[in-house]
Write a protein that binds this ligand. Structure first.
Ligand SMILES: NC(=O)CC[C@H](N)C(=O)O
Length: 418
């Protein structure tokens, strides 16, 4: 018997939704109509590179619109945020994915997640399709194929997308050739993935751009955060607001039945179930994400309360004020520590900050603690930073107190004496 209960939880969740038979498999791209309505796969990728998979998680399907955020990431990498934003907007359109509306005046498509924005975004990636395929492969962490039949199927029938491209040409926003841009977009939509791939691709975004399976930095941390933001506001088209309320995860859907979702700094999710609602989103996919989010507590706006205290050791002695710190320090933890220490400061006392169990200090924590130490010094209180691993977490402190290697031993000795 397997000891880890998570695979069973995922199987049970999937099985609880097998009976949901609403929705229709996409027909408007003829090749997609062959999908079995019963296919249902689910995968969850952790940031240390483990993937849990359930059901049809290894069944290939075409990416369709799920390609859009990842190609957007490549365009941001090639052109930079400012240029890309000047060409493709960032506002949720509240309209269907294939809407033809462009921004009055500029002709900019509303956002990169609707077809208009995606076709334009695709035209901004340097070096054409080979780079798009290689980029998406880096997100998935494996070599991906293109479903030529799905591609040809859309080349033959995708006139609405052509109309959108020509509209952007006349508006002046699409500068590349319309037919070429549309074909490149159809090709990215025809790249084959699995639910397992979608989980890893999202986990890469959740992991600050580093693929947790391969360890490759695919895009920068900034780019990953920009893409997740656009997924949160626009990824589910005219369902984006309700999706964020109910599921609370940045996500992207596609008409082949795929959904990819990410919980920043925690995990990536991949789903596959072909029957779609009227907006072109997988019916079981939505239900499964809602359930997963509720059962596993994944809602972005309801983060888990901080469990371990960031201060594991507090000593308020006559001569010594000691704070042993642990974990990562963002604003909240640094604020609490700063206020605590400031409240206990008395002239002539020595402050010892032990940083050896600290993970990362966000720049705001470095600033708050560094400034506190400077002010304490002016007030008449010396600070010793124990940083035996010499990681230089508090550069200001190191500059002022160069002889810190002995600090830890000194602190330990003083504490023992106290
Ligand atoms: N929402 C989607 O997945 C749409 C993708 C599809 N290739 C289209 O352009 O119509």
């Amino acid at each position: 018997m397997a000891l880890n209960p998570i695979p069973d939880l995922l199987d049970a969740l999937r099985e609880s939704l097998v009976g949901v038979t609403d929705g229709q498999v996409a027909q408007y791209i003829p090749e997609l109509a062959h999908a079995e309505p019963g296919w249902f796969g689910l995968a969850l990728a952790t940031l240390d590179g483990h993937v849990y998979a359930s059901g049809d998680a290894d069944r290939p399907f075409t990416l369709q619109s799920v390609s859009k955020p990842f190609v957007y990431a490549l365009a941001l990498t090639d052109r930079g945020l400012d240029e890309v934003v000047s060409r493709v907007g960032l506002e949720p359109s509240g309209e269907a994915f294939n809407a033809t509306r462009l921004e009055p005046g500029t002709g900019r498509p509303p956002n990169p997640m609707v077809n208009a924005g995606a076709i334009l975004t695709t035209s901004l990636v340097d070096d054409g399709f080979p780079r798009i395929l290689a980029g998406l492969e880096a997100f998935a962490g494996r070599v991906l194929g293109v479903d030529e039949r799905a591609y040809e199927s859309e080349v033959e029938t995708g006139d609405r997308n052509r109309a959108i491209a020509y509209l952007m040409r006349t508006a002046g926003s699409l500068r590349a050739d319309a037919e070429q841009s549309v074909r490149r977009y159809f090709r990215q939509c025809a790249i084959q993935v699995t639910a397992r791939d979608l989980a890893v691709m999202s986990a890469t975004l959740a992991n600050g751009g580093v693929n947790p399976v391969t360890g490759v930095q695919v895009v920068t941390r900034d780019t990953a955060s920009h893409v997740l933001t656009v997924m949160a506001t626009c990824g589910m088209y005219d369902f984006a607001g309700e999706w964020l309320l109910r599921v609370g995860l940045p996500a992207k859907s596609g008409v082949s039945g795929g959904i990819t979702g990410a919980l920043p700094a925690q995990l990536g999710i991949g789903l596959f179930s072909p029957p779609l609602d009227e907006r072109g989103t997988s019916v079981r996919g939505i239900a499964a994400c809602e359930e997963l989010s509720a059962r596993f507590g994944l809602h972005l706006m309801r983060p888990p309360a901080r469990t371990a205290s960031a201060v594991y050791l507090t000593e308020n002695g006559d001569r010594l004020l000691v704070r042993g710190l642990q974990g990562d320090f963002g604003f909240a933890a640094a604020e609490a520590l700063t206020r605590d220490v400031a409240g206990h400061a008395t002239q002539g006392r020595l402050l010892v900050l032990d940083l050896d169990r600290v993970g990362r200090l966000h720049p705001v924590a470095v600033h708050l603690l560094g400034t506190l130490i400077e002010r304490l010094a002016a007030y008449g209180m010396t600070t010793v930073v124990a940083d035996v691993n010499r990681r230089g977490l508090l550069p200001q402190a190191h500059r002022e107190f160069p002889g810190l290697d002995a600090a830890r031993h000194w602190c330990d000795a003083s504490l023992l004496r106290a």
